[in-house]
Design a protein around this ligand. Sequence first.
Ligand SMILES: [Zn+2]
Length: 132
Amino acid sequence: MAATDLRSLYPHFENKLRERLSVLRGEIRAALLRVDTETYGELAGQVHDVDEESLADLLTDVNLAAISREVQEVRDIDAALRRIGAGTYGQCLDCGEPIDPARLEAYPTAKRCLACQRAYESQPAAKSPPKL
Ligand SMILES: [Zn+2]
């Protein structure tokens, strides 16, 4: 499938990503309220009010174990939405080929095609952060 065909699916994937984001927003808010400290209680109120675009920014400094997975997913979704905006969504980060739409359907935040993702995951070194 050509990259131009994939772009016609952008509105579909954008909707999917935004729906997931509003679910996550609810989960994060509930988790922050459970923590019940002044700081996070205040933050929970903000999670309720900010629009989707600002959520990732708001959560940038939050490093709470209870929501770290959700925060990471918000960041992934935020990045995917940016790729949609830039027109590079659905393009494999490594080989540049279009990612199978069925894969994007299952993992809308996928950055790599299946072959490249497998290669990436089979390199143990790739899992540790790059040394700066
Ligand atoms: Zn690839």
